[in-house]
Design a protein around this ligand. Sequence first.
Ligand code: SF4
Length: 396
Amino acid sequence: MGTALRPPSSAIATAPSGPPWIWPRAAYIHIPFCAHKCGYCDFASLAGADDQADRYLDALEAEIAMSLDGPQPVDTIFVGGGTPTRLEARQLERLVAILGRWFLLTPGGEWTFEANPGTLDEEKADVLARAGVNRISLGAQSFQPDLLRVLERNHGPDEVARALALVKPRFPRWSLDLIFGVPGSTLEQCERDIAGALEFGPSHLSCYGLVYEKGTSLWKQWQAGQVVAVEEDVERAMYELVIDRLAAAGLGMYEISNYARPGDESRHNLVYWANDAYFGFGLGAARYVEGTRSVNTRDLPAYLRRIEAGQPPGGPSETLDAPGRARETAMLMLRRTILGIDRADYLSRTGYSLDEIGGEAVTRFAREGLLEDDGRRVRLTREGRFLADRVLCEFV
Ligand code: SF4
């Protein structure tokens, strides 16, 4: 490509001063390539474009170079997608070298790569481990072939075990993703999936209720009556089962879809739920820097063209006013089921007291039993977790 890269300065650039909700201490990098497009997927991901991967890495490096003054000290790096491990080993080698030059992980920092079963091999795992990646998030989704078929995943349950055999000896931390509420699934199948995941002894699990994202293949099947959504009360029973079974296994719920042993929470995701700032690079990547949210185009040819012409990869951006930011912070913090909103922390981050921003809603939901308020901290109750959407919406 023709874009001249500005090399990182030799000295570590001092990040603009400011607290972590103003200037990022976290970086998200998006790799959009996938072996196959899953039926429920609404992410910026595409199959059949692997021949663009080298060009994409050029563009990614150029985007970072045009956006930053120099290497940035960060506490977390998260490489997601798409399927980052769809890249060939030599491309992964290049990617980690680029990230290593631009993002200086502080000692004890967290560097996560997402991976999918069937895309990781020994060579790729070695590349990541050597580079200092210390956390893998593996998309298992289900351990049952019929549910994997409904989701249009292109791996079988056995491939999770094979991937974990590569992950466990090389990476100190790893997590599995599961989906519940797949059309046609039963409570018993949900139970089997939880048991299947626990057999591997994870210290972190992300468990999402299936969402029919508009425009996806699964959404079209649902609209056409070809698949039937799980009944609401069954879905709730599945969620309760997930919460209770994982708690019994020592994996406490710390966010409405995330569970971990104490100390094994995803530090990167906690950045989002604290409404802290983060960098984002790559196709469709979002960022939140100095109070402005912006998101890159999701169109791969447009992304490549713009960067190669030396232009930013454009997309919508929004800067909320201070009360808007404070409301958004309350909404995000409430997702944290253990931390919730600490009133003093909230005031120091937003400049507003929680009561000024959402006092009426807190009182009302506390009365309804959806929030608990001990005067210092406000959190979702167990019942509030099942109705989280309703509660969170109220704050924005
Ligand atoms: S592997 Fe993940 S990102 Fe890729 S299509 Fe499937 S759900 Fe989407």
